[in-house]
Each structure stands twice: as C-alpha cells, then as structure tokens.
Design a protein around this ligand. Structure first.
Ligand code: MD3
Ligand code: FE
Length: 203
C-alpha cells in the first residue's frame, strides 16, 4: 500500500516482506565476500553504522572524503555483483512510484546495531540527482527523520519497519534525513540488527 511522505517520496509499506528471507541470504553472501566495516569519516569519527556494498560502484568514506568507487579501498577488491533480486526489487519499486527508467549501479548496505545512528545529512554524491534512491529496511524497526533542504529545518519522524521500501525522488531527493539511535531488540529473521539497502545510480 502506497503512502506519500512528501513530494517525490513514497513509502511502499511491507513491499519486500515476502522476499525478505532471500534478501537476507543475499546480504550474508555479500558479507562473506566483503565484510561490514565501520568506516572513518573525513572528520575522523568512526561511524556507528557498519557498511558494505554491491554493484558496479560502492560508496565509502575515508580521510580523503566521500566517494563512489569500483573497489573497496580497505581491501582493493571489486564489490560483489548486485544480486538479480536486489535489482528487480529496486526497479519495480521505482516504477511503482513513477520512476520507470531507474537502473541502479550501486547498492550501499548499512547494518545498524543497537545504539547505531545516522546523523542528519543529504545524499548528493551521485552524478544525476534527478535519479531517485530506493531504500529497503530489514530487521529491527528504526525511527527515520525527514527534514527540509537546510540542516536546521524542522523534521518529521517516520517508523521504518521490516520489509518497508521507500522511493526518494523529485524534490525529496535533496532533503536532509537521518536515523535515530536503534533500540535494542531481536528480530526473528536477522537477529539484533537493522539492515538498510539503498539503491542508487552513482554515475
Ligand atoms: C531521503 N540511509 O545510506 S534510508 C544513506 O536507513 C541513508 O540506512 C538511511 O540515509 C538508512 O544515505 C536512510 C532512507 C533514505 C535514503 C536516501 C535518501 C532516505 C533518503 C536520499 C534522499 C532523501
Ligand atoms: Fe542518506
């Protein structure tokens, strides 16, 4: 069921619930090739969210800044390929939200443990900001913060739960957003974590 959140942003609640088990197995297979890591921001902070990627390009951060690259700068290896089910889910969800030509070349996988958070930020490292981002939440629920176009703007809070898919495009693409510290818990499929997949067109 579709719910507009703001102009260009659509929540497809529970859209990925039936395929969550397969998505999770795919995450574990990617992790076996390229483990989750807590990266260090250019400001020298260790991120509480652990990350890995799949697809042609992966997002990461280090002392030089934020970038998309074909290899993981931590081990020099290419990112694992994007599983077929990941790509088809992202494309179908984008299509349902009105973006018919979305073909992601990057998938960032975030893993949250209790207490992990993502402070308010904008996603603007991608080349063409007219392309949407599709996000898929798995595991423990999290409170998502959705703000305006400046850091100080007021924010809405939205609970993102297991299987929820959100398409962020149009004017919403540049809104500030973040995740409040994850509450402890145990999810029957994934245990004491929340995973979030974000599908992007980096180049
Ligand atoms: C709104 N991830 O990886 S997903 C990120 O749950 C990120 O891990 C969060 O923000 C997470 O950059 C939120 C929802 C999301 C993703 C991208 C967006 C919301 C967005 C881009 C623009 C506006
Ligand atoms: Fe983001």
């Amino acid at each position: 069921w579709q719910e507009p959140l703001a102009e260009g942003a659509v929540i497809l609640r529970r859209r990925a619930r039936e395929i969550a088990g397969v998505l999770y197995q795919d995450i574990l297979a990617i992790e076996a090739q390229n483990p989750f890591a807590h990266r260090i921001t250019p400001g020298g902070h260790r991120m509480s969210v652990a990350m890995t990627n799949c697809g042609d390009f992966g997002w990461s951060t280090d002392s030089r800044g934020y970038q998309y690259s074909e290899q993981d700068n931590q081990n020099g290896q290419k990112w694992p390929p994007m599983p077929t089910l990941f790509r088809s889910l992202a494309q179908e969800a984008a299509h349902e939200a009105g973006f018919s030509r979305f073909n992601p070349d990057a998938c960032l996988i975030n893993r949250y443990e209790p207490g992990a958070k993502l402070t308010l930020h904008q996603d603007k490292d991608e080349k063409d900001l007219r392309q949407p981002i599709v996000s898929v939440s798995l595991g423990l629920p999290a409170v998502f913060q959705f703000g305006g176009f400046e850091r100080g703007d007021s924010t809405q809070r939205v609970l993102l739960e297991h299987g929820d898919v959100v398409v962020w495009g149009g004017p919403s693409r540049l809104r500030y957003h973040g995740i409040l510290p994850l509450k402890p818990g145990v999810h029957p499929l994934v245990g004491a974590f929340r995973y979030n997949l974000t599908f992007r067109r980096a180049y």
